[in-house]
Design a protein around this ligand. Structure first.
Ligand SMILES: C[S@@+](CC[C@H](N)C(=O)[O-])C[C@H]1O[C@@H](n2cnc3c(N)ncnc32)[C@H](O)[C@@H]1O
Length: 213
C-alpha cells in the first residue's frame, strides 16, 4: 500500500517524539524503560494508519504496544490517532520489519500482529511478504521463546502461502479462522483495511501460529 505523501509529516513526527521513537537503536533491550514499567510488549508490523494498535492499547492498559510501519506519511496518520488516544502504553516506530533485530533485543517482544500485510502476489516478490522465511527468522529472534504471530488478511493467496510458510518454518498452527466475521471470535479489533474489505463482502482469514523452541 502506498499512501500519498503528507506534507509536514517529518516535522509533525519530530514534534511528537514522546509518541514516536525517533532514535530506535538506542532503545534496543530497553523498551521497558521507555514505557516505564515491565508490562508485556506487543507489536504490530505494518500498522498502517494505526486504528488496530490504538484500540488495542486503549482496551488493554496492562500491555505495552508498538505500532511499526515503514512509511513516514502512513505513520503520521497513525500519530493523529495516538495523540487523540493519549495513552501511556502506546508507541510508534518507523522502521522496516526486516531490520527489527537492530531495534529489539532477543526475546524482548511478547507477541506480534500482522494485519492485512501487503500480499506481493508475484512469485518474484515472495521475499517481500512479511510471512516469508527470512522475516519469520527475524520475528522469532525478537519474540519470547514459543512466541506467537497473530495474522489477519482478506487475501486468500497470501493466507494459504503464510500457512505453508509457518509450517515450513516449524511453527505450530494453533488456530485458524476461515471466515472471522461470521465466527464466534468476539475480541476482534478491526483495522482500517479490514473494515474496507469486509464492507465489500470479502471474508477475513485469521491464524494464530506459535514458534517452537
Ligand atoms: C495494506 S497496509 C495494512 C495496514 C493496516 N495493518 C490495516 O490493516 O489497515 C500494509 C502496511 O504495511 C506496511 N509495510 C509493508 N512492508 C513493511 C515492512 N517491511 N516493514 C514495516 N511496514 C511495512 C505498509 O507501509 C502499509 O502501511
Amino acid at each position: 500500500m502506498r499512501v500519498r505523501k503528507r506534507k509536514g509529516s517529518e516535522e509533525y513526527i519530530a514534534e511528537n517524539a514522546q509518541y514516536v521513537v525517533t532514535n530506535p537503536d538506542e532503545w534496543k533491550g530497553k523498551w521497558h524503560e521507555r514505557f516505564g514499567n515491565n508490562q508485556p510488549i506487543h507489536i504490530e508490523v505494518g500498522s498502517g494508519k494505526g486504528r488496530f494498535i490504538t484500540e488495542m492499547a486503549k482496551a488493554n492498559p496492562k500491555i505495552n504496544y508498538i505500532g511499526i510501519d515503514i512509511q513516514l506519511s502512513v505513520l503520521s496518520y497513525a500519530l493523529d490517532r495516538v495523540i487523540e488516544a493519549n495513552v501511556p502504553n502506546l508507541q510508534l516506530l518507523r522502521v522496516d520489519g526486516s531490520d527489527l533485530t537492530n531495534y529489539f533485543a532477543d526475546h524482548e517482544v511478547d507477541l506480534m500482529y500482522l494485519n492485512f500485510s501487503d500480499p506481493w502476489p508475484k512469485t518474484r516478490h515472495e521475499k517481500r511478504r512479511l510471512t516469508y522465511q527470512s522475516f519469520l527468522a527475524t520475528f522469532e529472534q525478537i519474540l519470547v521463546p514459543n512466541g506467537e504471530i497473530h495474522f489477519k488478511t482478506d487475501n486468500q493467496g497470501l493466507f494459504e502461502y503464510s500457512l505453508g510458510s509457518f509450517s515450513q518454518y516449524g511453527m505450530t498452527i494453533k488456530q485458524v479462522w476461515l471466515d472471522l466475521h461470521t465466527s464466534n471470535y468476539e475480541e476482534n479489533v478491526m483495522t482500517e483495511y479490514e473494515e474496507k474489505f469486509s464492507n465489500k463482502g470479502q471474508r477475513i482469514y485469521r491464524v494464530e501460529a506459535k514458534f517452537n523452541v
